[in-house]
Ligand binder design. Structure first.
Ligand SMILES: [Zn+2]
Length: 320
């Protein structure tokens, strides 16, 4: 089995294969190479070392003989002299190696951003997310107690709608009559309630940090197998997706937790038949959310969500 560790070395340019050091100009007829080193697509004609006429060509392979000589071989000659199966097999292995190297270089670039991305996901933000998850789940639980289920709009608002009947005058066959018209009206709307609907992903920022931490200790991608590279790629993707979840959750929270909106939310749950009252109060330290339900008062200090991290700023560090 051929080894490919020195394939496509950095000096090698597929457009200028003749610049590789130590090329043998002519290989005697009948000798076949033991491995292919790289393939090229030259931007000008280069001579083939294998055929008698040393045919000029642009697409071909750099090959190595058993004794170490290396030479250029046109693609057609490779098939002709070494047999189509050998040529196909070499080409397949080269393709795999090229893919592996391309993936390794993408992963390597992404991994360089990991330490900075990790620094951006601070303990403070992880604690803020945890605090907000607790508050949000208790509000979601209030909604869950209702006998009616509010509508969720495409914009992520919670609405309570009702059919209303009114009468309008219409002329029917020359006679003016009062006819009923039914229409749905929105009684109350709690805006940006998406955070309440997003209960599955727990503490996404912590998850993102755990994923990214795994990448810090990973070996240099250049030396890893395709399988190992794919695993690293998956960890990175998973980290990015949790990061996005966490940041979106905090974004939704910052829009949901306004005084007016919480008043609407309180109205909504009341109309849904949940005997409770929810209010947001401004305090010296920031905001406090007070939930009174069956005369039990629970209050939550809300962390400040100003200057929260943006998904874009962190994920940019992890893109190649
Ligand atoms: Zn040739």
């Amino acid at each position: 089995m051929a080894k490919f560790e020195d394939l496509t070395s950095e000096e090698f340019t597929p457009a200028r294969p003749e610049l590789q050091a130590g090329l043998t100009e002519a290989i005697p007829e009948g000798e076949i190479p033991s491995r292919y080193i790289n393939r090229y697509h030259a931007d000008h004609d280069v001579p083939c070392a294998f055929c008698n006429k040393h045919t000029d060509h642009r697409r071909g392979f750099t090959v190595q003989m058993k004794d170490g000589r290396i030479a250029l071989c046109g693609r057609d000659c490779a098939k002709f002299y070494f047999g189509p199966e050998v040529a196909r097999d070499f080409e397949k292995k080269l393709k795999e190696e090229e893919d592996r190297r391309a993936t390794a270089s993408v992963i390597a670039r992404a991994m360089r951003g990991v330490p900075q991305a990790l620094e951006s996901i601070t303990d403070n933000w992880i604690a803020n997310e945890r605090a907000m998850r607790e508050v949000v789940s208790s509000l979601a639980e209030l909604v869950g107690r209702a006998s009616r289920v509010p509508e969720v709009t495409s914009g992520g608002h919670l609405e309570l709608r009702e059919m209303r009947r009114r009468f309008v005058e219409r002329e029917v066959g020359g006679v003016v009559r009062r006819v009923p018209v039914d229409e749905e009206v929105t009684l109350v709307r709690a805006r940006h309630a998406g955070a309440l609907l997003r209960q599955s992903e727990k503490e996404a920022l912590q998850g993102a940090r755990d994923c990214l931490s795994k990448l810090v200790g990973a070996r240099a991608p250049e030396n890893l197998s395709m399988l190992a590279l794919k695993r690293i790629g998956e960890v990175r993707t998973s980290g990015l997706s949790r990061l996005r979840d966490g940041v979106e959750f905090l974004d939704l929270c910052s829009r949901f937790f306004t005084k007016e909106n919480i008043a609407s939310f309180s109205d909504l749950v009341w109309r849904l038949g949940v005997a409770s009252n929810v209010a947001l109060h401004r305090r010296k330290y920031g905001y406090e959310l007070v939930v009174v339900s069956h005369e039990v008062k629970t209050s939550y200090k809300l962390p400040s969500l100003d200057d929260r991290p943006t998904e874009r700023s962190i994920s940019l560090l992890l893109r190649s």
